[in-house]
Design a protein. Structure first.
Length: 351
């Protein structure tokens, strides 16, 4: 049987506390609830199996970086624009989105999900996926995708590539262009919605770019004041949500309540152009800066631990490998994006 991750163990304990009265927040306000999601999609039920991952509850971990400044190694290049890497522990493979330039009158960017099988094999997993950020469900059967082609959050069955709809509207209005997402062990999904891939399609949210929560069949607004929200990650114990405000040059920190709604927001760190992110089992945060081509590593306290360089225009990162200690990084220039890797001292937290 798979080991329970630290996040799964804590989530089980928190489930016992859901009878608590929750104070009203932006997220928790019933007025900020939106559309229901598809009950036909298994991911919409809010129940996921335990994730098999390398995190050990209660373990002590060393410093994550072998040095304050680390350089990643390029595995391969020549891709259009890579984003959204996610590791599939069951098959030992990495999926990632490869986006091309906008086409047609709406100027929508086509996207292919590519598959990397270590040490050096790349193939096409799914054409016309319309995806950016990716995350694997806890049962390992599906990936959830921030899909800008349909301005939605979609699910793809890994077995047959069939597509399902998780959510596409908030209070009757279409999202802009969902960018990145993360999944809590109870199935709650947090998604960022900037307008980067909206193209020439109409703005239905009145200029708002936001962070949303998809939970128990409904879409809730977490925060509608973040300018161009991008990367989004959970702490391993699932008590904290981190969101990168790309145009704010800020990483924001939100307290999570037992039901998945958010409490107060604070500024966690300042970073030029925060893009995608990931987290390790010790709770250290790895945030890509598109502007400077580095992954910036922070302790949960906000202390800066160091950087990982990976060429120009770094977009995202994900942990993988048999022991979870390989960090995969997407970085490059348009038409020559590459996948990079570096070995670190602490395994990554599954999501």
């Amino acid at each position: 049987m798979p080991r329970r991750s630290a996040r799964a163990a804590l989530a089980g304990a928190l489930t016992l506390l859901t009878a608590l009265t929750i104070s009203t927040t932006i997220d928790g306000d019933p007025a900020n609830a939106g559309d229901t999601v598809s009950a036909d999609d298994p991911a919409a039920t809010g129940v996921l199996a335990d994730a098999a991952g390398p995190c050990t509850p209660g373990a002590s971990y060393p410093s994550p970086l072998p040095a304050a400044t680390v350089a990643a190694t390029r595995i391969s290049g020549g891709f259009s624009f890579l984003e959204g890497p996610v590791w599939l522990a069951g098959s030992g493979q990495l999926l990632l989105s490869d986006m091309r330039g906008g086409t047609g009158p709406e100027n929508v960017q086509p996207s292919t999900i590519r598959r990397f099988t270590p040490p050096a094999t790349f193939d096409v997993f799914l054409e016309n996926a319309g995806s950016n950020g990716l995350a694997v469900t806890g049962d390992g059967a599906r990936i959830l995708a921030a899909t800008h082609d349909q301005r939605s959050v979609s699910s793809y069955q890994l077995s047959d590539r069939s597509r399902g709809l998780l959510a596409s509207h908030f209070q009757g209005q279409r999202f802009n262009s969902p960018n990145d997402l993360t999944i809590r062990t109870d199935g709650t999904v947090y998604v960022t919605d900037p307008n980067f891939q909206r193209g020439n399609r109409p703005d239905e949210l009145g200029g708002m770019t936001g962070v949303f929560r998809i939970s128990d069949g409904e879409v809730f607004l977490v925060d509608g004041t973040v300018s161009q929200p991008n990367g989004v990650v959970l702490s391993p114990d699932e008590t904290t949500l981190y969101v990168g405000g790309n145009a704010n040059n800020t990483i924001f920190r939100y307290d999570l309540l037992p039901d998945g709604s958010t409490g107060g927001r604070t500024e966690f760190a300042r970073l030029a152009g925060p893009d995608g992110a990931t987290v390790d089992c010790a709770g250290n945060i790895y945030w890509a800066s598109y502007n400077d081509g580095r992954i910036h590593v922070f302790a949960p306290s906000g202390e800066k631990l160091g950087t990982i360089s990976a060429g120009r225009n770094t977009t995202n990162a994900a942990f993988g490998g048999p022991d979870g200690r390989t960090l995969f990084i997407t970085s490059g220039t348009s038409g020559n994006f590459g996948l990079y890797q570096v070995r670190l001292n602490v395994p990554g937290s599954p999501y």
